[in-house]
Write a protein of this length. Structure first.
Length: 230
């Protein structure tokens, strides 16, 4: 995530350094409870660890930098605006047009998390972005509380309805993860999602915040997720 890593992707020079600084500023915005620099670092690390999944990891790394570059919890077009930002900034830096198009395509793909079979760039970015779903219980609870913080402006009932719809869509997917190395953690991610959905819909949840302690206890009862193969 440092400047040297960025310039290896986007070129050196003052314009590239300025672009990196703006991106770091975006990812450091105070309203980001989860979608901040720690998430970006985790996504980039995952891509590094699984770079052999694709012949073009540089495009996936650039897409990671931009996939939540614009993040406004009140908006519905963050991915589109982030893709447009990538097209503008990377084009200005003089990156090849086909590379810029691919980066923008990947950023737009994160709106659905549904890469087509054989889209190895899309598969790698998808799994990097969703890896948090297979986290150990305490990490998953911290994640869901950080998401709730980002949507603090949304009333509890509305948040629960919207969040439940997101979870339903994820659980309806035939596979959350596309990399074969992540097959062992698919079940753990689905347990996390199912436990959260149960809490959101339970009568005990009422109109207040999700009970993080109860969520942690429920997840621990399921047992820790297996570590992904690398």
């Amino acid at each position: 995530m440092d400047l040297a890593a960025w310039t290896a992707l986007a070129g050196d020079g003052q314009a590239s350094a300025d672009c990196w600084a703006r991106l770091i500023g975006r990812w450091s915005e105070p309203h980001r409870g989860y979608h901040g620099v720690a998430h970006l670092a985790a996504v980039l690390l995952f891509i590094d660890e699984h770079a052999d999944h694709t012949a073009d990891p540089e495009a996936v790394r650039l897409a990671a930098w931009y996939h939540d570059a614009i993040y406004d919890p009140r908006a519905t077009d963050n991915e589109e605006r982030s893709a447009a930002l990538a097209e503008n900034e990377l084009g200005t830096l003089g990156l090849p047009a086909d590379r810029v198009r691919e980066v923008a395509r990947l950023v737009r793909l994160t709106a659905t998390h549904d890469p087509t079979e054989g889209d190895r760039n899309g598969e790698l970015l998808n799994d990097a972005d969703l890896m948090v779903l297979a986290s150990p219980p305490e990490t998953y609870v911290a994640y869901l509380n950080a998401i709730r913080q980002e949507y603090a402006h949304v009333p509890d009932r509305d948040f629960k309805t919207g969040r439940a719809a997101v979870l339903d869509a994820l659980l309806a997917a035939p596979r959350l993860y596309r990399l074969h190395a992540l097959a062992p953690v698919e079940a753990a991610a689905r347990r996390n999602l199912t436990a959260e959905l149960s809490l959101l819909r339970s009568g005990s949840a009422g109109d207040g915040e999700p009970d993080a302690a109860q969520a942690d206890a429920d997840q621990r009862a399921e047992g820790p997720p297996e570590a992904p193969a690398r």
